[in-house]
Design a protein around this ligand. Sequence first.
Ligand SMILES: Nc1ncnc2c1ncn2[C@@H]1O[C@H](COP(=O)(O)OP(=O)(O)O)[C@@H](O)[C@H]1O
Ligand SMILES: [Mg+2]
Length: 246
Amino acid sequence: MADKIVVSGVKKHFRSGKQSLPVVGGVSLSVADGEFVAIVGPSGCGKSTLMKIVSGFERADEGQVLIDGVPLLRPSPKGIVISQHGSVFPWLTVQENLMFGLNGDGHGDKAALADHYAAMVGLKGFENSYPRELSGGMLKRVEIARALVVKPEILYMDEPFSALDALMNLRMRTELLRILQEERHTVLLITHDVEEALYLADRIIVLSPRPTVIQASFAVPQSHPRKLSSPELQTLKDAILAELGL
Ligand SMILES: Nc1ncnc2c1ncn2[C@@H]1O[C@H](COP(=O)(O)OP(=O)(O)O)[C@@H](O)[C@H]1O
Ligand SMILES: [Mg+2]
């Protein structure tokens, strides 16, 4: 498979007063077209910073990011970011939120397309509801639907489910897998949850503490749906936790 994302030699530091804070210490990685890669690492190691660089919202000091072989200089229309902070517009209904990104022609019947994606994430019947009428889990699904409706080639997710309770978190994982089976995207997921990574990803990259570098990489050679209690995944989980010093 062709490489969708190629990150080479990316370094980043922040400056506060006279202090220089090295955050990304030199990261190189590739994500194949259609691959699901999860990145785990200790809190504050630079995961979000790396994600911002790979999605074009932050510039690296050194190194570069290629999307389909082209240097990334700003956020690419090929990618959509789903972050832990919700970005659903409270003054628009579910349907209007989903239609919001569909500017320009060429989408056909926008309302019908919005409703299709609302149904896909289990929100059929809530198309005309306002965000305040929905639960946290439903809001998260609106956000996922809103990202998917524009048919992004790359889905960047930075701890997308961390604000949800444990049960809803589990539901969303299953939901996401089901959606990805219908429509394959290249996915880069940042998470601090090793089980979430094991459940979802084709490959798991473990980052070191700040300034972060890639410390280890594990393939997850198991088809979906996965059983986290299987001996293979338990062994893999132990290996990843060991890398994280736990
Ligand atoms: N815009 C910024 N300016 C200064 N420091 C920052 C900025 N963004 C992140 N940092 C610092 O970089 C480090 C890594 O942050 P972040 O990438 O958010 O980590 P993670 O997502 O792994 O928890 C932290 O120490 C954070 O305070
Ligand atoms: Mg973060």
